[in-house]
Design a protein around this ligand. Sequence first.
Ligand code: KG4
Ligand code: ZN
Length: 342
Amino acid sequence: MPVYILGIESSCDETSAAVLNGTTVLSNFIATQTVHQHFGGVVPELASRAHQQHIIPVVHTALQRANVDKKDLSAVAFTRGPGLLGSLLVGVSFAKSFAQALQIPLVAVDHMQAHILAHFLQLPGQEKQVPTFPFICLTVSGGHTQIVRVNDYFEMKIIGQTIDDAAGETFDKAAKIMGLPYPGGPVIDKLANQGNAEAFKFAKPKVSGYDYSFSGLKTSILYFLRDQLKNDPEFITKHKNDLAASVQKTIIDILTEKLIQASEATGIKEIAIAGGVSANSGLRNKMLEFQQTKGWNIYLPGLAFTTDNAAMIAVAGYFKYLTGDFAPLDITPYSRGGHVFG
Ligand code: KG4
Ligand code: ZN
C-alpha cells in the first residue's frame, strides 16, 4: 500500500502544497506572494490574505500534478510553526478541515525540523544519498540561524544559534541598504558571482560558543556605505558586484567558522546545510571545498527544497505518520520557539 502524504506550508510568504509517496516527491507546488516586493519585506496581513486566496488552488494543483486522488491520501501534514501567526492559521485551518472531511490523520510539523528533514526527500527515479545519524545541520533561513545536532528524525538539539538577526535577514537588509529588491539574498548571490569578495572588509562579531550575531555586520555595512556615499553618490552603483561579493563572503565566513568548531568539538563529519540561505552558491561551493579539505560528508538540499516548500513538510509528516504521531483537532499554531528541539 503506498503512503500518500499531502503537505501544506503557509508559515511566511509562500503558499505551498506537495504530495509525496513515502519520501518520493510526486509534486511540490509553490505560489510565491509578489505583493510584498513593493514594501521591501513581508507584510503579515497581506501574507494571510494571499494565503487565503491561494490555498485551495495550490492544493488542487499539487494533487493534479501528482496524479493522486484526494481519496487516496493517507494523511495531511501542515506547518504548525514557527512563522507568522495569521499565515499559519490559514494552513492549519485548511489542513484540519481537509483531514476531517477525508477522515484521515492530521500531522503537525515544525518548520525548522522540516527544513532539516528535506534532506530525506527523493525525486522519482533518482536515489539520492541521505545523511546518516548523528549529523550536524546548519539551518540558515530568513528568520533563523542554527547549528543543530541531529541524532534522529525528531531528536534534534540546537547547539548554537543567532542572538539577534538571522543570516537570511542579513542578506536581505544588506540588499535593502544597497537599494536592491526584496528578497535580497538571491540578488546578492547573483551579483557576487561577478564581484571581488576581497574588495571590502566588514566587521565580524565575537560571540562565545557556537552562537552567532549579525546585527554588528549590518551596522558596519550601513556606516561604511553612508561614509562612502558622502564622497561619491554613485559609490554603490559603481561597486555593486564587489559589495555583494564582500558581504556574501563575510556572512559565509561567519557561518562556517562556527560550523567548523562544532564539527571539531563533536567529531561529527556528516554535515548538512538547510533553509533558504542554503541556496546560496557561495555557501554551497564553500561546503564542497570543506568536503575536500576537511574530509566532511556534505549534504546540500536540492535547490527546490531550500526555500520554503511543502515537500519538506510532507516528508517530516511521513516520518511522524509512520510512528502514529498524529495531531488532535484542537491543535493551534505557534509563532516562535523551538518547542520540539531538545
Ligand atoms: O527558509 P526561507 O525560504 O524562509 C524562512 O523560513 O525564513 O528563507 C528565506 C531567506 C531569505 O532571507 C532569502 O533572502 C534567503 O533565504 N535566500 C538566499 C538565497 N535564496 C534565498 N540568501 C542567499 N542566497 C540565496 N541564493
Ligand atoms: Zn523556512
